[in-house]
Design a protein around this ligand. Structure first.
Ligand code: CUV
Ligand code: SF4
Length: 628
């Protein structure tokens, strides 16, 4: 058995891991242990299966053994191709999510009122859609159509690229990396990395950059913006987090996955009086909906629904014995859930035609009949309450924090101080002033998943604390956000971790020092925020005293995010190395050379304390160059 003291800093996780062991349930950590030693070729990116002459692998550890694939592909070609394909898959996942939101908006028009008309009109304006004489529903349809055409339009660049600073847009044009249509960029990666196509690692990474940018400034941004239009732009609110939010006396429903279309409908359905009545008849006190992973972020940000846990807590939620249903859609859903659910009464319900799991119940969700299907799904959960068996144990571990910091919310907060000093409102001026004066040294985004190669949550949390004490503001999304809220970093009390400058800023603005900006697709919010700051200062994103970190990342989506951040001019510190280290050329290109081309680069640093030091040096260098 593994010593869980070492692999996580989260108390609820430790307690439920003990329960899992007692009940002979295998978790992600047990399977990781059984997987050791992991394949060195794969780890270094030196295994190729792109054609059936393979698999081929390059031997690095000794002089004997193949130094090229059967077709002659070198380590540089193989490693860069593998990396590019991972980026393309990540970009595909985010972008297809964005497309589904656009489709949801398209089909919703005329049936429901969109929640944020102001944002709808703003996007229509940006995209050159005439609004005069049209009602919101017609504009919504036109915006949805335009968004959908971003995926496959024949000519022209992505519309949202215009949100970037001019210098950045020009640089992308010069380098030939400005993406055209989202689907096409992803297809081109798959084509150029096909056996016998592109063999030049720099050119392979150039195409990967196009696919990545079409995620951050395309698919993800569409996902975020149209979700806001449909369901509302997040505003600050209090929320509880960690598995202690499950309630023994209630029907517990965990919504897990990514797309707010499903979770919004489940949240609504769970408030249905008839279903509540039914729950009471089953002996429950009520229906308790909680969110997991990025879906957890989405519904917490918009409805204050508790954040039950991160990627590594999904199995443990079921191990409580208190979950009547875990409802999932797409991405980051461990197939093991079906196996774990079998040992308890929990129903695992899949809802997307894109993600079925053997052993789960499939109840396909369809936005057009959203609420009806959601009610049927909730009913399944309610009727399952009386089937609880074995020990129900919900660890008494939860924390509270303030979340909901969309860009719009941040600007509103900044306006509070601007107005009092008679400055123009609606700008990032107070933030820029704080950075220029040095009260705030800079800002860092901590994002990404959990990975058994790093101690769970503790890398996110240690890194955040190390930055806070250096007067560096932290923004976060995804499972990084789950880590931070669980550790209490989104509460006012977290000011105790801050340096004097940051503490003052937080006090003045009445904000926590770690700002929750949403799910992984919402990293697009950070791109827009950085653009606003850069534009206000008349510089490029790459000039700003900022950085990004993904200390515990694991998914292909994270590789796409990392690359679009680098291509947007950001210094990105990864706690887990991408599978490219078998090629010195590719590794050097990503971690060194790219900086002179794009202004951003990767850094691999496993230790969060050292990562913070490196980030601080980077931020001070940027400040010096700006003359502040
Ligand atoms: Ni989309 S991608 S584990 S849920 S952050 Fe969480 Fe975020 Fe990584 Fe998945
Ligand atoms: Fe081997 Fe080349 Fe085929 Fe890859 S593409 S499997 S390196 S022969």
């Amino acid at each position: 058995m593994i010593n869980c003291e070492l692999f996580t800093c989260d108390a609820a996780t430790k307690k439920l891991y003990e329960k899992a062991k007692k009940e002979r349930i295998d978790t992600v950590w047990d399977r990781a242990l059984a997987m050791q030693p992991q394949c060195g070729f794969g780890e270094m990116g030196l295994c190729c299966t792109n054609c059936s002459m393979g698999p081929c692998r390059i031997v690095k550890v000794s002089d004997d053994g193949p130094k090229a694939g059967i077709c002659g592909a070198t380590e540089d070609t193989i490693a860069s191709r593998n990396f590019a394909r991972a980026v393309a898959a990540g970009s595909a996942a985010h972008s297809d999510h964005g497309r589904d939101i656009a489709l949801a908006l398209y089909h919703a028009t005329g049936k429901i009122r969109v929640k944020d008309e102001e944002k709808l009109f703003k996007i229509a304006g940006e995209w050159g859609i005439a609004v005069e004489g049209k009602d919101a529903s017609r504009i919504a349809r036109e915006v949805a159509e335009k968004a959908l055409s971003e995926f496959g339009k024949i000519f022209g660049k992505l519309l949202f690229l215009k949100r970037a600073p001019h210098k950045r847009q020009n640089l992308w044009d010069e380098l030939g990396v400005a993406p055209e249509a989202i689907d096409r960029e992803i297809v081109e990666v798959l084509h150029s990395t096909h056996m016998g196509s592109d063999a030049d690692y720099r050119n392979i990474i150039r195409q990967a950059i196009r696919a990545a940018l079409s995620d951050g400034w395309g698919g993800s941004m569409i996902g975020t913006e149209l979700s806001d239009v449909l369901f509302g732009t997040p505003v600050p609110r209090k929320v509880e987090a960690n598995l202690g939010v499950l309630k023994k006396e209630c029907v517990n429903i965990v919504v897990h996955g990514h797309e707010p279309t499903l979770s919004e409908a489940i949240v609504m359905a769970a408030r249905d009086p008839e279903l509540l009545e039914l729950a009471k008849k089953q002996g429950a006190e009520g229906i308790n909906v909680v969110g997991m992973c990025c879906t957890g972020n989405e519904i917490a940000m918009r409805h204050g629904i508790p954040m039950a846990g991160d990627f590594f807590q999904q199995e443990l939620a079921i191990v409580t014995g208190a979950v009547e249903a875990m409802i999932v859609d797409v991405q980051c859903i461990m197939p093991s859930l079906a196996t774990v659910a079998k040992c308890y009464h929990t129903k695992l319900i899949t809802t997307s035609p894109k993600a079925k799991v053997p052993g789960a119940i499939h109840m396909e969700f369809d936005e057009q009949k959203g609420l009806d299907i959601a009610k049927r799904i909730v009913k399944e959960a309610v009727m399952n309450f009386k089937n609880r068996k074995g020990e129900v144990y919900i660890p008494d571990v939860k924390s509270e924090g303030e979340i909901g910091y969309s860009l719009e919310a941040i600007i509103k907060i900044l306006d509070r101080v601007t107005n009092s000093f008679a400055h123009p409102s609606g700008t990032v001026k107070p933030l820029v002033d704080a950075i220029k004066s040095g009260v705030l040294r800079g800002a860092v985004a901590i994002v990404g998943c959990n990975n058994h190669k790093q101690p769970h949550n503790s890398c996110h949390v240690t890194l955040a604390k190390e930055l806070l004490r250096r007067d560096i503001l932290v923004v976060t999304t995804g499972c990084g956000a789950h880590s931070c809220i669980k550790a209490g970093l989104m509460s006012k009390e977290a000011r105790k971790y801050c340096g004097k400058g940051l503490a003052t800023v937080c006090e003045l603005l009445d904000i926590p020092p770690v700002l929750h900006m949403g799910s992984c697709v919402d990293i697009s919010r950070i791109l827009v925020l950085l653009s606003e700051v850069a534009n206000y200062m008349g510089v490029d994103i790459s000039d700003l005293p900022v950085a990004a970190a993904a200390p515990e990342w694991m998914s292909e989506k994270a590789q796409s995010i990392g690359l679009y951040a680098v291509a947007s001019g950001i210094y990105v510190v990864l706690g887990v190395s991408p599978a490219v280290t078998g090629s010195e050329n590719v590794t050097n290109y990503l971690t060194k050379d790219l900086e002179s081309v794009l202004g951003g680069r990767f850094e691999i640093e496993k230790d969060p304390v050292k990562a913070a030091e490196k980030i601080a040096v980077h931020i001070e260098n940027k400040r010096k160059r700006l003359g502040i």
